[in-house]
Design a protein around this ligand. Structure first.
Ligand code: IMO
Ligand code: MG
Length: 423
């Protein structure tokens, strides 16, 4: 069985925890897009692990993790992540990690440009500053540098020289920024190439061989549907296709080979960075939920914006991703709310809108239309079976199923591995 897991909101839905659980039954776990803008948290006992580039399945011995060609790799960040695990006693071997030679490489000028572009924007995206956008832009502009290039000094030299010739002019003339010097970057990136060479291979052939042998592959989406470059709240999005469909171009596995798509949602909504967010809480409730849910970015530490569950938004995600099962995460964060709201429509210029609008001006100005449910006012963290949940919590979940037209298979009620209900 080959399964794709994606986020159905604006990222941080709890994909890391779900992947950690599902990857026990998978032979291979693949990241197919994004880079170290992602922050996937997995708690094992008292240890907390945050993964940015490595698939969250790396903690399971004997399993294979893959960085598919759709991922953009900051080699320095990746090496740090591998070394960090080594310090915790976990060796990442070339048997356990395979990196596509076609992954585009995040260069120092990408990180700098990411920050400089933000300073020039009136409406800031609030990027993670990891150079993700500029790296993907170079990929599409056909001047990117790929992992294989780091292992070929002659090719790297030619590509880096070409890039610096053009980029230094832009940095100088547009941003009044000092030049990037060829020699240092060239040496640094050749050295990354030497360190990472044992992990680099043709992951397309590897993945398809595994699928032919009836092994199961789990695709780990990063970010979320509304951060998708095509379907998200553009331009307040990331630069890759974070929907289920992105798994194919990002890994070289054909769509016919994918059996199922699962979406992760939070029992409420969060977003980091700029952009529309109709159901955003008032300041007091936001602060309360942020503290209860520990809603601070796993990558940048920024406080996350928080709001009620938006079923108009998530229904669109269910459609665009072809979702068959939902995982509702962090239900326990709502344990002490006497009243819980669900957004079921938007009101704009006196009209009720039931579907996710094309024009985000509507999203910016819309008033959410809420349905109010009674809270359960009982701790849910020790529930292990669906029937252990308080009646009102079940009613909330079942109402969401109805609004979203899809079943909820997993309910997470805490950060620990065993705090999950499988229906
Ligand atoms: P995970 O995988 C939440 C957001 C940034 C910003 C926008 C663009 O942990 O869910 P970028 O650096 O990608 O160009 O920033 O996207 N963003 C995320 N928000 N979780 C993430 O990943 C995110 N990755 C990017 O905050 O608004
Ligand atoms: Mg995150």
């Amino acid at each position: 069985m080959n399964v794709v897991v994606v986020g159905a909101q604006w990222g941080d839905e709890g994909k890391g925890k779900l992947i950690d659980i599902l990857s026990r039954d998978a032979d291979v776990t693949v990241r197919f897009q994004g880079g170290n803008n992602a922050g996937h948290t997995v708690c094992v006992g008292d240890q907390e692990y945050v993964f940015h580039l490595l698939p969250s399945a790396i903690l399971h011995k004997g399993k294979v993790c893959v960085l598919g060609n759709g991922v953009v790799v900051d080699p320095q960040a990746l090496i740090e992540e591998i070394n960090g695990l080594k310090k915790k006693g976990l060796m990442v071997t070339p048997q356990a990690l395979k990196i596509s030679g076609h992954c585009h490489v995040v260069m120092p000028y990408h990180r700098i440009l990411d920050g400089l572009r933000e300073t020039k924007r009136k409406h800031k995206i609030g990027t993670t500053g990891r150079g993700i956008g500029p790296c993907y832009a170079d990929k599409v502009s056909r001047c990117g540098i790929r992992m294989v290039d780091l292992m070929n000094p002659r090719v790297l030299k030619a590509k880096l020289e070409d890039n610096l010739r053009e980029k230094n002019e832009v940095f100088h003339k547009v941003f009044n920024h000092k030049d990037f010097l060829f020699k240092g970057i060239y040496k640094e990136y050749l050295s990354y190439g030497r360190t990472l060479a044992p992990y680099v291979c043709d992951t397309v052939l590897f993945l398809n061989e595994q699928i032919d042998k009836k092994k199961s592959v789990l695709f780990e989406g990063a970010q979320g549907t509304f951060l998708d470059i095509d379907f998200g709240t553009y331009p307040f999005v990331t630069s890759s296709n974070s929907i289920v469909g992105g798994a194919c171009p990002g890994s070289g596995v054909a769509p016919m080979k994918i059996d199922k798509a699962i979406a992760c949602v939070k029992a409420y909504t969060t977003r980091v960075g700029g952009g529309p967010f109709p159901t955003e809480f008032s300041a007091r409730l936001e602060e309360e939920i942020r503290m209860k849910g520990n809603e601070f970015g796993a990558t940048t530490g920024r406080p996350r914006r928080c709001g009620w569950f938006d079923s108009v938004l998530v229904r669109y995600a269910v459609i665009v991703n072809g979702i068959s099962d939902l995982a509702i995460m962090k239900l326990d964060v709502l344990d002490e709310q006497p009243k819980i709201r669900i957004c079921t429509a938007y009101k704009y210029k006196g009209k009720k809108i039931n579907v996710f609008p094309m024009d985000f001006e509507v999203l910016n100005r819309a008033e959410p239309v809420y349905e109010v449910m009674n809270g359960w006012m009982t701790p849910t963290t020790s529930a292990r079976r669906y029937k252990d949940l308080p009646r009102n919590a079940r009613a909330y979940i079942e109402r969401l199923e109805k609004l979203l037209k899809v079943g909820v298979k997993y309910v997470s009620i805490g950060t620990k591995r065993d705090q999950i209900i499988v229906r």
